[in-house]
Design a protein around this ligand. Sequence first.
Ligand SMILES: *[C@@H]1O[C@H](CO)[C@@H](O)[C@H](O)[C@H]1NC(C)=O
Ligand SMILES: *[C@@H]1O[C@H](CO)[C@@H](O)[C@H](O)[C@H]1NC(C)=O
Ligand SMILES: *[C@@H]1O[C@H](CO)[C@@H](O)[C@H](O)[C@H]1NC(C)=O
Length: 492
Amino acid sequence: MGENDTAVSKVALLLGILAMILTMAKAAAPLHNYTDALSKCILFYEGQRSGKLPPSQRMTWRKDSALLDGSDIKMDMVGGYYDAGDNVKFHFPMAFTTTMLAWSVIEFGNLMGSDVQHALEALRWGDDYFLKATKGVPNLVVGQVGDPYSDHGCWERPEDMDTLRTTYYLTAKKPGSELSSEIAAALAASSIAFKGIAPKYSHWLLNKAKQMFDFANKYRGSYNDSIGKAACPFYCDYNGYMDELVWGAAWLYKATKIPEYWNFVKANAQFVSYANDFGWDSKHAGVNILVSKWLMKDPSQASPFVPNADNFVCSVLPDSPTNSVSFSKGGLLFKDGPSNMQHVTAFSFLSIVYARYMEAAKKVVHCGNVTVRPSKLIKFAKSQVDYVLGSNPLRMSYMVGYGKKFPQKIHHRGSTLPSIIKHPKPIGCRGGDQYFKSPKPNPNILTGALVGGPAEDDSFQDSRYIVTQSEPTTYINAPFVGVLAYFKANPS
Ligand SMILES: *[C@@H]1O[C@H](CO)[C@@H](O)[C@H](O)[C@H]1NC(C)=O
Ligand SMILES: *[C@@H]1O[C@H](CO)[C@@H](O)[C@H](O)[C@H]1NC(C)=O
Ligand SMILES: *[C@@H]1O[C@H](CO)[C@@H](O)[C@H](O)[C@H]1NC(C)=O
């Protein structure tokens, strides 16, 4: 070996080391800024606010709206959230959104940094409203505000609304067990989130939650029938109200440890299946995973909830032999129905939560011959989050305002029309059509909004006409708040 050869091999060695360092640095650098995404994910809720906006409002293109809500029945129903791209306050999905914001805070609030304050504000905006809606329980519970036919017939800013703001309500004779029990779940979960922070408020929420569960359980029936066509076909309770009753009882048990609630859960276990369903309509997978936390360590109590939760995991993971969802080439989870992104965020949330429970109980799951450790569930959730934030074939972020390329023409009234700051004159019912039809991007950025998302071939039409792809909803974002908090603290 000559002098030159030694020099060459030394250089090669150095280059090799350098390459290794670079690879390691690359592997260590997170793909996305989860801190930024979390802040935006929470900020989105300010864009959906209805009612009198507080001085702390950060999404300033939005202004006060719907200040007379409830006046038709002489109640104050000002506040709450518009559910999606329209201006109706549908309480069934709003309650689920509130439950999921609360669960996100309970599970991941300590990982949110300064954003936990904003998450609690978003949660409280929902809770304050539900305290109004449930003021008259057990005689009357408000189930929805806004006539959806009138609303959907106009393309109007919330601030200009002159559509019918009908208040729909439940009574003992016209009950709605799914809606009432989801509100119970939301208030019970919120009482846990506020426990150490605002004890009086937390206590108030919990009392209301109990009353709401009693109302839901005592007067059984579906809001499908009681509110009728103002609620269904929009948010029909397709799978019945028993899953919500069990869900409400499970949250009340978690909040109170009162045995009666747990007895209710156990006595109605047959109504909770292992189905890989979790969203504003179906609570199955959510119940199984929620209660698994306290059942996992005691095998004699585990059935059927822990095996159900295991089945859920096995039906979702891409490499599980019993997987029953599909994945796009780019790796995004797909389930039938509109707004696929709601499944992506909800399942990612449940995967991380279950992984943490498994970790604490030193448990693994067997999906046929595939062994699932907590890390596998986390990796799965991360693959979904990274896809959503831009690691996908189109290099497109599906969160508005995050990343370089994101949806510009979302199906959302307020975002599409000029802000009243720029255009103070009212824009009437059909006055918004020109903005809807415009090829231009929306003038107002609804920061943090997650849209329905791409088609199963990973393509995306950034079009206000393609509602299932371009519309944001409050219940897509809610579980993502928890998911992003987790990855903010555990970026790689
Ligand atoms: C992530 O975003 C936050 C603000 O949203 C910013 O302060 C921070 O510098 C960003 N981090 C990186 C690594 O770019
Ligand atoms: C609610 O209505 C939907 C649509 O008509 C129907 O499929 C579902 O079974 C109904 N749910 C209940 C609990 O009646
Ligand atoms: C699991 O079993 C299936 C067939 O039943 C087989 O194709 C697969 O390779 C096995 N996987 C592992 C990890 O052993």
